[in-house]
Design a protein around this ligand. Structure first.
Ligand code: DLL
Length: 433
């Protein structure tokens, strides 16, 4: 069998539209029970009847991450919390995190989508699937776990880090498929080399990479280093996590599961749709979520729809790899970070000035984050005091953004002063296209 769910994966455009229309109406009805959407719908005079055709979705306002934070923690929950069985939150966000609450139905639907993705790239119940994602709030852990179990593969929930142990598991358990974020896949390939083990001598054939931007060149490099086929996997906590869009074996764009998500690509400035094939911001509506539906969610991810049919036979649209963001968020080591988070910490130190620069580089194939910050007039020139200050800033930044940056204190006036909008982030990483 070529498909996990042939009927839905190869659905005709007419039937897909019918299904989407039905599900959008249902989603609106459910969403209207949440305090947040109740108010929004009242304000804009919206009900399920507002939607007579798919184009009518444009009559609905967008939902933003800021609104989700303002409604923290349960303002967007539409179902009864007694039916809620799991909560996830997005990684590294400023202030209140964005929280997603799931019912058992939602988790089942999510696991099925992940199973669909894995089946699409050839995984079967005979495979051994190892997951090197962090388990916990990050959805790459449990998301793939339940999907791979649904597929009845033998799962190895290795979790993040400890590369030697990962390699031991791969060798001993005869892992055939591995999930890793791209930067970690490269690190693992290096440790293989250090350990004198040739990945060709293992059972590994399939790699699933996602959760952070990477280029096709980087993918090819990883494929060569690990002797695998690597498939791009896209998702976000707000839309469950992984299992939203995934490459098929054609490796030419990621199929978006349109029975569960309604996709729009808009011009981020005007909010109007862009023609198919043009780059814009991805806007998503959940179509099969009961506990906490999201309507026209502004993902801030920039991509385009790849026009035309896919030779694999699946009719669900394909998106191109993510081209960037329409906000200033960046992702390092799988963690999403906004410059404001760094700024928030720096302003608390009177010995610091207001000018700072975050530089992202690649060192020994690993992403590195350097925070240069100017000292203020109030600062001392006592070396020991400065070193203590540096350590203190590093610690506080680590607590806020969950990774440890390299902090450099520099003389006042030594960082470039920009004329218009301050440039806070310089991304010099190899993978940054
Ligand atoms: O990264 C969910 C995930 C887990 C996806 C495992 C794939 C695999 P968040 O932490 O909420 O969720 O981050 C979501 O990461 O809006 C994109 O900016 C970025 N992103 C996710 N997948 C890709 C990808 C998970 N394949 C944010 N390519 C999204 C580029 C990606 N960027």
């Amino acid at each position: 069998m070529k498909y996990w769910e042939e009927e839905i994966e190869t659905i005709s455009p007419e039937n897909l539209q019918k299904l989407q229309l039905e599900r959008i109406k249902k989603t609106i009805t459910i969403a209207g029970n949440s305090p947040f959407y109740k108010e929004v719908f009242r304000e804009h005079n919206i009900s399920a009847d507002t939607i007579q055709s798919l184009d009518d979705i444009r009559k609905l306002p967008f939902t933003t991450k800021a609104q989700m934070r303002d409604s923290y923690p349960f303002g967007l929950v539409a179902g009864d919390l007694k039916d809620a069985v799991r909560l996830h939150s997005s990684s590294g966000t400023t202030g209140n995190p964005t929280v997603i609450v799931h019912s058992q139905h939602d988790l089942d639907s999510w696991a099925n989508l992940v199973a669909r993705c894995l089946y699409m790239v050839g995984l079967r119940s005979t495979d051994v699937f190892q997951n090197s994602s962090g388990y916990g709030m990050f959805t790459g852990g449990l998301g793939f776990q339940y999907g791979a179990e649904r597929l009845k593969a033998l799962t190895v929930p290795a979790a993040a880090g400890n590369s030697k142990r990962q390699i031991k598991f791969i060798t001993d358990f005869k892992t055939t498929a591995l999930h890793a974020i791209p930067s970690y896949a490269i690190r693992l390939a290096e440790v293989f080399q250090e350990e004198g083990i040739d990945p060709k001598d293992t059972s590994l054939t399939t790699l699933i990479i996602g959760a952070e931007p990477h280029t096709d060149e980087q993918r090819k490099k990883i494929e060569k280093m690990l002797n695998v086929k690597a498939y791009n996997s896209f998702g976000m906590s707000e839309m469950n996590g992984p299992g939203v869009a995934f490459e098929c074996t054609e490796q030419n764009g990621m199929h978006f599961w349109e029975d569960c998500f309604y996709v729009e690509i808009i011009n981020p400035e005007t909010g109007n749709p862009v023609p198919d094939g043009e780059i814009g911001e991805l806007v998503l509506t959940t179509l099969d979520r009961e506990m906490m539906p999201l309507i026209r969610y502004r993902t801030r991810d920039l991509t385009r729809i790849i026009p035309g049919k896919c030779p694999c036979g699946r009719t669900h649209l394909r998106i191109d790899r993510i081209k960037g963001r329409s906000d200033d968020m960046f992702i390092i080591k799988g963690v999403n970070i906004f410059p404001m988070q760094v700024e928030k910490i720096l302003v608390q130190f009177p010995a610091l000035g207001s000018n700072y620069l975050i530089t992202l580089t690649t060192r020994d194939s690993q992403d590195e984050m350097v925070v240069e910050v100017e000292l203020s007039d109030l600062s001392t020139d006592n070396y020991i005091e400065l070193e203590n200050l540096r350590k203190d800033i590093t610690r506080q930044l680590r607590d806020e953004i969950l990774i440890t940056p390299k902090v450099k204190l520099v003389k006042k006036g030594s960082l470039p002063q920009s004329e218009g909008k301050a440039v806070r982030v310089k991304d010099l990483r190899n993978n940054n296209s």
